[in-house]
Design a binder for this molecule. Structure first.
Ligand code: HEC
Ligand code: CU
Length: 348
């Protein structure tokens, strides 16, 4: 009975198709997944090695498959200067994620959970090379402003004048336009701006404290409540543990500022030992800066604070953040730091 046979063959073919198609697709996916290998990164407390490995390779435009494992406590994983979501790494759990970098360059990955006093030292580098056939080098970043201005980040910068009490921002006063230029307000310390305003006929008839109110007003106008709010969040997460929630330098980890901090601050550097006095490379480990101290802060230009955050203290215990945050995030941090000196209108 050939008709029946043909029918049976047809049915068999249909079954094969229905089963075979998904099976085939699955197989194809497994094979293509294999083609980009998984890189496993272990997270450990910094004194046990931090992120292992500390440097990985990727190619621009190609998926980088990561398997993240915490070997001890809760850590976090985030890639600086990118929008990739942060990942929490609970001990004993394995998390897989795939990242695709559009641009070649060296990206820093960091731990986002305070896992111990050396938490900020948990950093690694993803070296993203250009795609095959492309030689495009990453766009060169502008040098930080402090270099352009020739500011010495390591010199003391006491203010020559300070207010009698904490200035509140006074806005809406007519001032010559040059006082409002961003270039000027980033390059000059509040004390310098105060001196310039004080000797300007525009402040005749005002007392010294009123002039400080004008200075605070200019600082208010060079930011927004939204930027201050974002700066506050960044500060709470990455700075408060040393500098203190209220900027007084009494963060929970302040007393434990690592003695040989700067050694591992430079990628690839070997673990070093601080000399008994706590000095590293000729620099002494210092207490975290007090952002509430008017003499210190009001003598600092915004560009100087920006530079310090970008570059770090080079051995003082102040980490560098230039590869962790975007330039805009660093400026938002700087803007937020002034709220420890001035009453500014903050976003809530
Ligand atoms: C591990 C502790 C630690 C952390 C975390 C830390 N700092 Fe510091 N910071 C210090 C120490 C110590 C100093 C003083 C020594 C120096 O100036 O180099 C300092 C100094 C500074 C200064 C210089 C102030 C001046 O008057 O020159 C700025 C600005 C600053 N920190 C901003 C930040 C910001 C913003 C963050 C967060 C993104 C941060 N710090 C995180 C320890 C820390
Ligand atoms: Cu950690």
């Amino acid at each position: 009975m050939p008709a029946r046979r043909a029918e049976r063959t047809a049915r068999l073919l249909a079954v094969l198709l229905v089963l075979g198609l998904p099976l085939g697709l699955l197989l194809a996916r497994l094979i293509s997944d294999r083609s980009s290998p998984v890189v496993e990164i272990h997270a450990r407390m910094p004194h046990d090695g931090g992120f292992l490995p500390g440097e990985i390779q990727a190619v621009a435009g190609e998926p980088l498959r990561l398997r993240l494992v915490s070997d001890d406590v809760l850590h976090g994983f985030a890639v600086g200067q990118t929008d990739f979501p942060e990942i929490d790494l609970y001990p004993g759990q394995t998390v897989e994620t795939t990242l695709v970098f559009d641009q070649p360059g060296r990206y820093t990955y960091v731990c986002t959970r305070w896992c111990g006093p050396d938490h900020w030292r948990m950093r690694g580098v993803i070296d993203v090379r250009p795609a095959a056939g492309e030689t495009a080098s990453p766009p060169a970043a502008d040098p930080p402003l402090y270099l352009e201005l020739g500011l010495d980040l390591d010199a003391p910068h006491p203010a020559r004048v300070t207010p009698a009490s904490r200035p509140a921002a006074v806005t809406g006063i007519e001032l010559p336009g040059r006082y409002r230029s961003q270039d000027y307000l980033r390059a000059a310390s509040p004390a310098q701006v105060w001196e310039a305003l004080r000797s300007d006929p525009v402040t005749r008839g005002m007392d010294d404290e009123q002039v400080w109110g004008l200075v605070a007003g200019l600082w208010q106008e060079s930011t927004t409540p939204q930027r201050l709010e974002q700066g506050r969040e960044l500060y709470a997460r990455s700075c408060a543990a040393c500098h203190g929630e209220t900027g007084t330098g009494d963060g929970v980890f302040a007393s434990q500022t690592p003695r040989d901090a700067e050694r591992s601050d430079h990628a690839g550097a070997v673990e070093g030992h601080a000399s008994p006095g706590g000095a590293v490379d000729g620099h002494a480990i210092e207490a975290p800066a007090e952002f509430t101290d008017p003499e210190n802060m009001l003598g600092a230009a915004p560009a100087l604070l920006h530079g310090k955050i970008v570059r770090g203290g080079m051995g003082t215990g102040m980490p560098y953040w230039g590869t962790v945050f975007s330039d805009d995030q660093i400026w938002m941090l700087v803007e937020y730091l002034w709220t420890f000196q001035f009453d500014l209108e903050e976003g809530k």
